[in-house]
Design a protein around this ligand. Structure first.
Ligand code: HEC
Ligand code: HEC
Length: 340
């Protein structure tokens, strides 16, 4: 931990005059093959703000009954998801309705939540914080906590004075989230030139994944294997959770959900927005591949690219093997992100 702190200090020299600061080097997996980290000009990353955000991310006292922190449903040890829970419990044991997504590389997402109802991490954090089934925050009590001696030092370090506001609280949490960058899977090593990083069958799976036969990469593309767009992949005959429709009220958006990242997907089962399909729990990558192989359930808005694939057993194994090679387990233990 010593060298970690030293690095932050060294790298922060000159931070003040930069609007958008590079992520400090303590985060060892900053990918060389990624675009620059998107950071809003009014909330530059500073080490002190990221540190405060981290404390807040693990702070159960932000919730109305003191039971629930962001980290209760986004566990670092589960790649910041709530695996193996299909849905999560918030304050008072309230059950949510959707599967908690991973937060790795979330800074790169242009749309947030399965239905895209938030577009900035600052707004997203506020909505989790206020949601009656998540943290149900009592803003007066939270403000008192953040003004108390417990937070005073960290607050001043992050913002320069003691003015506690909702906006700053969300800026700090969002800053912490932006630091969760991951690109250290065997697939990344392969992309960066280590031809031995993937096994034979994983390479077969990779070729199939990126082929026009499987069409996987027509939606799961870019560095995080997502186009950040909404599609229906034929999971249900009838969508009780109407997905994107809830945001746009357009019939063509009924049953559409955001393409999820596939990074660390082997660690975040069960799968899909509600963790299940017509056929039951989506608990393994094999279940997911079987779903695509069969072409999904008939539904008017189903994307044409989801159609029977006639994969051989070997091809199914290869696709699963490839997705397992997207695991970066350094995320789970990085001192920058785990509970202090
Ligand atoms: C009770 C469990 C729970 C708590 C507590 C919780 N989340 Fe979530 N989070 C979820 C679920 C479930 C979703 C997906 C909800 C949806 O799409 O409608 C989600 C979605 C997100 C997303 C969107 C990710 C994406 O790719 O779209 C972000 C970011 C996020 N949460 C951050 C946070 C932060 C920050 C906090 C604390 C302020 C927090 N969450 C608290 C369960 C939780
Ligand atoms: C038309 C766009 C599209 C295509 C083609 C597509 N996907 Fe998806 N994928 C999605 C969307 C959207 C979801 C989320 C659906 C939902 O929850 O309703 C998803 C979910 C997944 C998940 C679950 C991830 C998680 O965290 O829950 C996996 C794994 C997956 N897809 C793999 C694949 C593979 C492998 C292929 C090719 C055989 C493929 N996808 C083809 C759009 C697509």
């Amino acid at each position: 931990m010593q060298w970690v702190l030293a690095t932050i200090i060294v790298l922060c020299v000159g931070c003040a005059e930069q609007q958008i600061q590079p992520l400090p080097d303590i985060y060892p997996s900053v990918p060389s093959n990624f675009p620059p980290l998107p950071v809003p000009p009014d909330n530059p990353i500073t080490p002190a703000k990221a540190a405060l955000g981290k404390t807040l991310f693990f702070e159960r006292r932000l919730s109305s009954d003191g039971t629930t922190a962001c980290a209760s449903c986004h566990l670092p040890s589960r790649s910041f998801s709530d695996a193996p829970n299909q849905v999560s419990r918030g304050v008072g044991g309230a059950l949510g309705q959707r599967n908690a997504p991973t937060l790795i590389n979330v800074a790169y997402r242009t749309t947030l939540f399965w239905d895209g109802r938030a577009s900035t991490l600052e707004d997203q954090a506020k909505s989790a914080f206020m949601h009656s089934a998540e943290m149900d925050a009592d803003t007066v009590a939270v403000a008192a906590l953040l003004r108390s001696a417990d937070y005073r030092g960290q607050w001043i370090a992050a913002f320069g004075d003691t003015a506690v506001t909702m906006r700053r609280t969300m800026q700090a949490i969002a800053t912490f989230e932006r630091t969760i960058v991951s690109a250290n899977s065997r697939y990344d090593k392969f992309v960066r030139g280590d031809r031995s990083a993937l096994t034979h069958i994983e390479r077969e799976g990779m070729d199939l994944f990126f082929s026009s036969r499987s069409m996987c990469s027509s939606c799961h593309n870019g560095p995080d294997f997502t186009n950040d767009q909404f599609h229906n992949i034929g999971l249900f005959h009838h969508y009780f959770d109407r997905g994107r429709f809830n945001v746009t009220r357009e019939p063509r958006d009924e049953g559409l959900f955001k393409t999820p990242t596939l990074r660390n997907v082997a660690l975040t089962a069960p799968y899909m927005a509600t963790g299940d399909s017509q056929k039951g729990l989506m608990s393994t990558l094999e279940d997911v591949v079987e779903h695509y192989n069969e072409g999904g359930t008939a539904f008017p808005n189903k994307d044409k690219r989801v159609a029977p694939l006639n994969l051989t057993d070997r091809e199914k194994l290869a696709l699963v093997a490839f997705m397992r090679a997207l695991t970066d387990s350094s995320v789970l233990t990085n001192p920058a992100w785990i509970q202090p």
